[in-house]
Every structure is written in structure tokens, then in C-alpha cells.
Design a protein around this ligand. Sequence first.
Ligand SMILES: [Ca+2]
Length: 354
Amino acid sequence: MSTDQQVSGTGGASATVKVLFSDHAVNLLYQVTDPTLDDTAGNSYEQDSVEAFVSPTNAKTPVFGGQDGQFRVNFRNKQAFGGDAAVVGNRLTSAAKVVPGGYVVEMRITLGGKKLEQGSTVGLELQVNDATGGTRTAVRTWADPSGLSYQDTSNWGVAVVKGTLAAPALKNSTAPSISGSGRVGSILTSTPGTWSEPAPTLAYQWTRNGKPIAGAKDPTYQLAGGDAGTVIALTVTAAKDGFTPAAASSNTIAVAKVGSSTSGSVNRPISFTGRGIVYTAQVRASGVNPTGKVTVFDSGRPIATATLDGSGGRVVVPLPRLSSGIHVLVGRYSGSGQVQGSIAWPDFVFVFRL
Ligand SMILES: [Ca+2]
């Protein structure tokens, strides 16, 4: 675009301007033709400078609304603002460079949270101030011939977004981390890591063996029985308006198996050869339903095995026919991926010959 509207003076400095919209900002590149550069005036608008007038809402009001701003940058990159400084004062990033026959200015102006998409309209005016000998001798604009752009937005031009806009992605700078003892019942704590943009909105999801744990969405996590013998980690997702969200995962913590206790006894302490005997074992593990096998040893020799069905740790082990005499029976639980093994106290059965 070019500053073809002569607002005051005759001829004078002019600019061609490239306008590029990114997801939540307008980016401007002014190439100014002005062979004699002057910034001796006290008023910044009387120095050789370019201006952008930006109305994210494009409301065309006769006075500035809260989101409307005037952004001025002189050929030495000195900035000045018009509008509500508390709203627009931190929206401008600029650079300037003197080149043969004039100067170049880059501006990036964010739009106060307005998210652009194809077809979005933004109120926009572009201006060049030409200074000579300490006074402003010419003003040229892109669209507004009124000379009132600094107070009346209704004659500003309109920029229409063409094409599609790709939101820049947030990036993780420092990975999240988790710490804790890794014992069932203890609490894991976390730090969320750091991200490429300040103050993103963070979402937490704890994982067990790489899969999300239902409802575990807080910065801390108390290890439950079901976590025993698994690997826990945390995924943090950072989001911010105008950016594509990003996720990063923490270190992992291996959760120790829970301990168990086993008790067991025969159904009759005195029996006879040829009569059936069963050994009933009870395996207990805090917070975990034990699975695995119980093997019954007779004076150190394995004689029968049964598998826990996962319904509370109780299992009945039918024993083979026992010879006459005293038998010392011990049930041994083999443990599982989540539970450590354990051994019952001995139980005795006296078998008499019939
Ligand atoms: Ca000049």
C-alpha cells in the first residue's frame, strides 16, 4: 500500500507499506522516501516519522474507543502513542533504519486479544510526517484525507485479512518435573516447567504407565493402591490466546509394590488317611486386590497350588492325600506385579491311619 493521500503540504515524504497479519497482530513495513531527515522539533509528530492507526474493532467512531491506538515511530525508532496509554502503550514493537534516500520502519502491533481469521476487518490508517527545519511541512496518508486521524477513527481505511493464519505454537522451555517417595499413599508434587510465553494457562494430567489417570488433574497426586508397581508421570498442557497449545511430559517415578500378609489353615487339624483335606489361604494387601498363586508346602515340599481369582485374596487349595503322621503346612503367596509375596505361619494336621 502507499501513502497517496496528500493531507497537508505539497509532495514531501511518502511511503510504500507492506501489511501482513499474523494470528493476533498486524505487522507493517514502511519504506519511506525522504532524502532530508530531521528530528529537531520538540513535538514528535513534527519529526520525520511514520504512523499507524489501528482499530481492532473497526468501529469507525468519531472519537477513539478503548481499543483504538495511534502508534508513531520516527526514523531513529523513537516511539510515541495516542489513545488510552494503559491499553495500547505496550502493543507496539518497532525497529527503524536509515537507508539511502530515506528510512525503513517495522512495526508489530498486537490487537488486544482479537483473534484474526480469514475475512476479519481491522480499522487501519497509515501516515508519513515530513519534517524540514524543525517543522512539519507535509503529511501523507493511505486512506484518510481529513487530517483528523489522530482523534476520529471514522475515516480510517479498512484492512481485510486474506488467506489463512497459522497460530504460532507455544513451546516448552523447561520440562515439568515430579517428585515424591513413590510409595502408595504418599503424595507426588510437581513443577509445571517453563514456556515460551509468559503466564500461559496450565492443565495437568497424571499418567500411569503412559495412560491418563481418570480425574487426576491437579498439580499434586496421591498414589493409590492401583498405582503399585506402575510408572507415574505428569503431562502439562500450556495454552494461551493466540497460540497453539503445547504439552510436555515430566520425569517418571516408579511406584513400589505394596506389601502383603498371608494366613492359612487346614479345614481339620485331625484327619485320617484317605480323607480329603483343604487349605484355605487369605492374602491381604493394602489397597490392592491381590492376584497370583498360593502354593502349599508340606514340610518344605510343594504339594498343591491354586490361583487367586482377584475377588478378595481368599483361595481354597485342595490338598492331595496325606500320609499318616504330623504334617507342617505352610502357604506361600507368590506375589504379583503390584504386590510383594508373603508366607503364612505354619499350620498342623495330624493324620491317623484308618
Ligand atoms: Ca524530511
